[in-house]
Design a protein around this ligand. Structure first.
Ligand code: NAI
Ligand code: 15L
Length: 264
């Protein structure tokens, strides 16, 4: 890989991947709307960009071989914010990829595409979308958009429906949805370098004792998670037990299912 573009590089995952993706590319081009630390050395390029600005995204993508697209609003917010950063943003990224001949994208999708399924259900990646808000809807749009760009233009994408990727799980729900940074990095590496992925949707989840997702699609990438939330069980179980009928106990998307409404 000569040049890899990482959007959302100033964010929680972007800051981690800025370090861990370095070995897999000659040059890492880093971008965000927020300020970024200057290039550490010749292996980094920094180019700030608002994803809602089509021309700026076009210039950003030019010269890159592949894209890891993390940039955008990462929580439930009013529709207009989601529209600009996530919906227009992902369209601009794929249009630029088409214009500049980029052949592979890794798209940071989310479990909130299927957030309204109950925690008692086990889902593969072929299930119907049940987004739990505007944010989940925007990720469903990104999954469909990337499918279109594969069918129409042959641009390959791995959509990773990330569960909860933080240093540690924060609550009982995240015991099931947690994705360690090590496993995230490996899943992205597999998504970038496995030949002939076509258009593939996988879950981004570690080898937790209990999971709600059948991740056999990720096995097609040769991905084998190394970490498990189990090591945090004792500390998480010190937290008070939420009510059995609370959204965080019922739905896979937890409290995202009851965020908003933001108007009226
Ligand atoms: P984050 O919110 O920390 O990072 C997102 C970055 O996108 C921020 O640095 C923000 O400045 C940037 N951004 C927002 N609007 C932008 C715009 N208009 N133009 C350019 N950049 C813009 O989120 P995090 O946790 O690092 O997540 C990264 C990606 O992974 C996001 O797409 C998120 O939806 C997705 N994801 C993350 C999960 C997690 O557990 N961390 C779970 C599921 C999905
Ligand atoms: C997401 O999609 C969010 O980006 C992240 O901040 C977490 O809330 C995560 O889902 C989750 O569901 O835990």
């Amino acid at each position: 890989m000569q040049k890899l573009l990482l959007t959302g590089a100033a964010g929680g995952l972007g800051q981690v991947l800025r370090q861990t993706l370095k070995p897999f590319t000659h040059t890492l081009r880093l971008s965000d709307i927020a300020a970024l630390a200057p290039a550490a050395d010749a292996s980094e390029e920094v180019q700030c960009c608002d994803l809602s600005d089509k021309q700026a995204v076009d210039a950003l993508v030019q010269g890159c071989d592949a894209i890891v697209h993390l940039g955008g609003v990462s929580v439930e917010r009013p529709f207009e914010e989601i529209l600009e950063a996530n919906i227009r943003g992902v369209f601009h990224v794929y249009e630029a990829a088409r214009r500049h001949g980029v052949q592979r994208v890794v798209f940071a999708s989310s479990n909130h595409v299927i957030g309204f399924y109950k925690q008692t259900e086990t889902l593969d990646t072929a299930v119907e979308h049940r987004p739990d808000g505007y944010y989940g809807l925007s990720k469903a749009y990104g999954e469909d958009l990337s499918r279109f760009y594969f069918d129409r233009y042959g641009i390959e994408t791995v959509c990773i429906r990330i569960g909860s990727s933080f240093p540690e799980p924060r609550d009982r729900r995240m015991m099931c949805t947690w994705l360690s940074y090590r496993d995230l990095t490996e899943l992205i590496r597999c998504s970038l370098f496995t030949p002939d992925v076509g258009h593939l949707v996988v879950y981004g989840v570690s080898d937790n004792a209990k999971v709600w997702w059948d991740n056999s699609a990720a096995a097609r990438l040769g991905f084998v998670p190394q970490d498990s939330s189990e090591v945090f069980r004792a500390q998480i179980e010190q937290q008070p037990l939420p009510a059995a009928d609370a959204p965080v106990s019922v739905y896979q998307g937890g409290n995202f299912c009851v965020a908003g409404p933001f108007e009226g």
